[in-house]
Design a protein around this ligand. Structure first.
Ligand code: SF4
Length: 693
């Protein structure tokens, strides 16, 4: 290998890193790139140790097929691909085209996401496609589209954060999920700005804040309405901005006025003085930002909750102006690009709609197909999995870049649905828990072994270059789609070459909201990325959106004016405690990658239940005691970790582990009516001390 400038395999920050040959027999050396503006040389422990993933011992190097005895055995690529193509063909013949489906991932490159969407709609002719990004930021995407007419995680660069007056971080813990981003928050405070953190846990990020608001899980919508109430009551509405650039404020004001401070304290547990202090800090200077992450988004009212926080920005004039606005801190490596190019059940590349005749025609022309032959919108990720193997659901499923056995809500149920499939094929570079259920496992190349583009949480399109060749026996995801499409009667139209796919993606998104037409590999080489929309080769890209107008046809933003409602499952006498879930600093998503990195596993070896000492007292539990956590869907077992950082009425579990400690055995699949996001962030549980073994 040669020294190569590339990007991290993990989260949406997409930190710039440099890979250089390691010592003999050692993995490559990794260093952060000072010149990349997002991380400026800093890497977290996950990024620093990412070269361990490249070791052949950690990964698959030959296809596997399940034999007659039920065991996975090595196979040739031809056998594995033939078997999969035949299963897809048979499902479509017997049950109809929607019986063969695909399930993608928010870590896939733009090229893979694009080609996977095309594969489903053209090679399979199926509407059955969605991806794990539905479980990530879909509520923020839906709320942003409704408010601004366009969804881009951050409509401004991260580097703007130090120059705003106040940041409200809602349900976001970057100090653990994306540590290099914290530098921007520290600089904000060094510049005299303030930081407010809204989180049921006193996280490492909350420790950095000027003010920490600690609401009951599932009540942050009410908190946002309460803050808007105070904004109105105290005369902080930016009347000029509201009149000139928004619609719908009267309804938002009326809803907020029904959420007076004492009522909000009763609903959320956030004291009235803290609510007042939050409004004072947020309105003290003329600029401000609200940034959300999974806390408010992963709820059955996630779209409404994010909408309420956006309303706070709009009412105070903190949107569509320099150093102000609402943004979503997307989680997965290509959480932004992965949602733009056709993996979502209802979208075509560039955020085009499957239900819009002009959008269908534009994409069909690039794909060389009749628009009438494109399927309509399919069902969302959880619904696709829930119906797997049932009448009307998929019978054959290709999973690429996802591990739903660990990461899906109500994961025990999802596991049973995957087991009910006629055929499951998984493309992965490790034998994940989902791959263990598969009929066919295809070993694919990973980040540093293949070239592709990703779009980070700022809408910055960047080129992640291959640094070394994959091990013998391993092929790329693009090769898999190319080879399967050929077997299904489409020998052309599914290139294996990433640059060729990207050029086609550019044509398919030309004129669309997420327009990549002006971006090329040549332009991205040596550049720190280009922000979309970028409609022409000479266009500089668009780091900041909405400065002149919002993306709705009339140029105005829309207030959401949502009302508070309880979570889908509130505590009761049988399940008296709330459970919330999240990530730890050393692991990423389902842990399929990070659990294979010795340094990360040594630092953070397994699941745990974080609970307040007062709750532990009532259970007679000490630190380290094994606890049983039971919801209406299952039981998880993990040691107690006592902490005053969590509310006494709530327990927290990280979701990175399979088996007995799988947090998603407990979570609730109640879906948001707009985004179809499941309610990962709150459900009711019973916590008990496990009986002695
Ligand atoms: Fe990688 Fe995210 Fe860590 Fe940066 S913050 S090194 S992108 S995991």
């Amino acid at each position: 290998m040669t020294t190569t400038d590339t990007h991290c395999p993990y989260c949406a920050l997409q930190c710039g890193m440099r890979l250089a040959p390691g010592a003999a027999g050692e993995p490559p050396d990794i260093t952060g790139r000072e010149e990349f503006p997002v991380n400026r040389g800093a890497l977290c422990g996950k990024g620093q140790s990412a070269a361990a993933l490249l070791a052949p011992a950690a990964r698959l190097t030959e296809p596997l097929v399940r034999d007659a005895s039920g065991e996975l055995r090595p196979a040739t690529w031809s056998e594995a691909l033939d078997r999969t193509a035949e299963a897809m063909r048979r499902a479509a013949e017997v049950y109809g085209p929607d019986a063969a489906g695909v399930f993608g991932g928010g870590g896939l490159t733009n090229e893979k996401a694009y080609l996977l969407g095309k594969f489903a709609r053209v090679a399979l002719g199926s509407s059955a496609i969605d991806y794990n990004g539905r479980f990530c930021m879909s509520s923020a995407a839906a709320a942003s589209r409704a408010a601004f007419g366009l969804d881009r995680g951050l409509p401004f660069p991260l580097a703007d954060i130090p120059h705003t007056g106040c940041v409200i971080l809602v349900g976001s813990n970057p100090a653990e999920t994306m540590p290099p981003a914290v530098r921007h928050l520290r600089e904000l405070r060094e510049n005299g700005g303030t930081l407010i953190v809204v989180d049921p846990r006193r996280t490492r990020t909350a420790e950095l804040a000027d003010l920490h608001l600690q609401p009951l899980p599932g009540t942050d919508l009410a908190l946002a309405l309460g803050l808007l109430h105070l904004v109105v009551a105290d005369g902080h509405v930016d009347e000029e901005f509201v009149a000139a650039r928004t619609t719908g404020f009267d309804a938002a004001r009326a809803t907020a006025m029904a959420h007076w401070p004492e009522r909000v304290e009763a609903l959320t547990g956030v004291p009235v003085p803290a609510q007042r202090e939050a409004v004072r800090l947020f309105t003290a200077r003329p600029t401000g930002m609200v940034l959300t992450a999974r806390g408010p988004e992963q709820q059955s009212k996630g779209t409404a909750t994010v909408g309420a926080w956006i309303d706070l920005c709009l009412a105070t004039g903190r949107a569509g102006r320099p150093y102000s606005g609402y943004g979503c801190l997307t989680g997965q490596g290509n959480g932004q690009g992965g949602r733009e190019h056709g993996q979502k059940a209802d979208q075509l590349p560039g955020y085009r709609s499957l239900e819009d005749p002009a959008d269908r025609a534009a994409v069909a022309a690039v794909w060389g197909v009749d628009p009438g032959h494109l399927p309509r919108s399919g069902t969302s990720a959880y619904e696709l999995l829930d119906r797997a193997g049932r009448p009307g659901g998929v019978r054959t499923l290709l999973v690429m870049g996802s591990n739903p056995v660990v990461s899906a809500p109500d994961a025990g149920h999802v596991t049973r649905r995957l087991q009910a499939l006629d055929h499951l094929v998984v493309c992965d570079f490790v034998l994940s828990e989902t791959a263990l259920l598969a009929d066919v496992v295809l070993p694919v190349a990973q980040w540093a072994e293949e070239t592709g583009t990703l779009t980070n949480l700022e809408g910055r399109v960047l080129l992640r270059r291959a640094a070394l060749a994959p091990p013998p026996g391993v092929r790329t995801d693009l090769h898999v789609l190319h080879a399967l499409a050929a077997r299904l009667g489409h020998p052309r139209g599914f290139p294996e070459d990433a640059e060729e796919v990207f050029a086609e993606l550019g044509r398919a998104t030309a004129g669309a909201p997420a327009d990549y037409a002006g971006i090329s590999y040549d332009r991205l080489t040596g550049e720190p990325g280009i922000h979309w929309p970028c409609p022409a080769p000479g266009h500089p890209g668009t780091p900041r959106l909405f400065l002149d107008r919002f993306a709705h046809p009339d140029g105005r933003a829309r207030f959401a004016a949502p009302t508070h409602r309880p979570s889908a499952e509130e505590p009761d006498s049988a399940y008296p405690t709330r459970l919330t879930t999240g990530r730890t600093v050393h692991h990423y998503q389902s842990g399929a990658q990070t659990r294979r990195v010795a340094a990360l596993t040594a630092a953070d070896p397994g699941p745990y239940v974080e609970l307040h000492p007062d709750l532990a007292d009532t259970l007679g539990a000490d630190d380290g005691d094994l606890l049983l956590v039971t919801s209406r869907r299952g039981t998880a077992t993990a040691p107690a970790r006592l902490s005053k950082a969590i509310r006494p009425d709530t327990v927290f579990m990280p979701f990175h582990w399979p088996g007995a400690g799988r947090a998603n055995s407990l979570t609730h699949a109640a879906l948001d009516p707009v985004s179809r996001m499941p309610e990962f962030k709150v459900c009711a549980v019973r916590v008990e001390k496990a009986p002695p073994a």
